[in-house]
Design a protein around this ligand. Structure first.
Ligand SMILES: Cc1cc2nc3c(=O)[nH]c(=O)nc-3n(C[C@H](O)[C@H](O)[C@H](O)COP(=O)(O)O)c2cc1C
Length: 202
């Protein structure tokens, strides 16, 4: 079994989502022997944002030499994703949604003919054979029914993205209220780590 572990927080060792994503991977390693783990830190090796030349290259235009390295990096992340049975994603909330580094990664994995395609019935996801577990950390609270719920564009966005490519039930472990105060942070992190340690192997 192949597990792809991705982090996107810019806060390094102070990051909550990194702590929780690592705990998820530890739990899955313990639960299933022989797990082959690939780690990618999207802040240490960021992907470039898509540009006109990227799209032209995707349509078959010969890329400039300067773009070739980046296209190879994009192909590598797509191949990694396609090969993974399990994807564990650290996803902090920055300005109500995912970090731009993570968006740049999503722009490289949502590729027509690879992870989705359009047919007579509309869109068809091609990546439905994966388990996706997302470690979310948010400074505030965005629960259903609260006045801030409308500002939640992280989990709602990722649910849509993974649903679009066929992952019907991505799993989320969240640490919320990290910025509200030390007690909130402590409680949220402890709750998320407990949820991580209780994950099913399969
Ligand atoms: C640049 C930046 C933007 C943030 N924007 C939000 C936000 O819009 N809503 C929120 O609830 N928390 C926000 N926060 C707080 C983070 O979500 C919180 O600190 C969380 O723990 C970040 O995850 P990390 O520790 O893995 O980086 C922001 C933090 C940073 C650094």
């Amino acid at each position: 079994m192949k597990l792809l572990h991705i982090d996107s927080s810019v806060l390094g060792p102070h990051s909550v989502s990194r702590q929780v994503s690592a705990a998820i991977v530890d739990r899955l390693r313990q639960a299933a022997s022989g797990l082959e783990v690939t780690y990618r830190d999207l802040t240490l090796t960021p992907l470039a944002h898509l540009s006109g030349p990227h799209l032209a290259a995707a349509q078959g235009a010969a890329p400039e030499a300067a773009l070739q390295q980046d296209l190879a990096a994009g192909q590598a992340v797509l191949d990694e994703f396609l090969a993974a049975d399990i994807v564990v994603l650290g996803a902090p909330m920055y300005n109500f949604t995912i970090p731009s580094q993570l968006k740049a990664w999503i722009d490289r994995i949502l590729v027509s003919g690879k992870t989705f395609k359009y047919g007579p019935q509309g869109v068809q996801g091609l990546a439905g054979n994966k388990r996706v577990i997302v470690a979310v950390s948010r400074g505030g609270y965005y629960g259903p029914g609260t006045p801030t719920a409308i500002g939640e564009h992280l989990e709602t966005y990722l649910r849509w993205v993974f649903g679009f490519i066929g992952v019907a039930n991505p799993e989320f472990i969240s640490a919320d209220g990290i910025g509200v105060g030390p007690e909130h942070r402590e409680r949220a992190v402890a709750g998320a780590l407990k949820a991580a340690s209780s994950l099913n192997a399969a």
